[in-house]
Design a protein around this ligand. Structure first.
Ligand SMILES: O=C(O)CC1=CCC(=O)O1
Length: 102
């Protein structure tokens, strides 16, 4: 099942810089693990915001909830999730090409 997620990060202003750097590094490592195992399909920065748009491919809403709620930055994120269904006009499973300009 595919899910679109918008995650906005709000780190507290009084959070120690080293603690913030550690959390970001842990988040990066977990995000890359999940990209490598195919569950975190897309990860895009929202231009001009400390936020990302992501697409997850997981077995269930429960799995997505577990995965997102265990992210190191989860305590500091607002997350909006939208379940995705196949569009009838889509010509492939992804309906997305990796070719620039297509
Ligand atoms: O920077 C973000 O948008 C939060 C985040 C998700 C994966 C990652 O490495 O950072």
């Amino acid at each position: 099942m595919l899910f679109h997620a918008r995650m906005r990060v709000h780190l507290p202003h009084d959070l120690d810089q080293d603690a913030a750097d550690r959390l970001k590094e842990q988040e990066r490592q977990r995000a890359q693990e999940l990209q490598r195992d195919g569950r975190w399909r897309h990860l895009w920065r929202v231009a001009g915001e400390y936020a990302n748009i992501s697409v997850f491919d997981v077995d269930s809403p429960d799995e997505l909830h577990r995965l997102i709620s265990q992210l190191p930055l989860f305590p500091y994120m607002d997350v909006e999730v939208t379940p995705l269904a196949r569009h009838p006009s889509a010509i492939s499973d992804d309906a997305v090409s990796d070719e620039p300009g297509s």
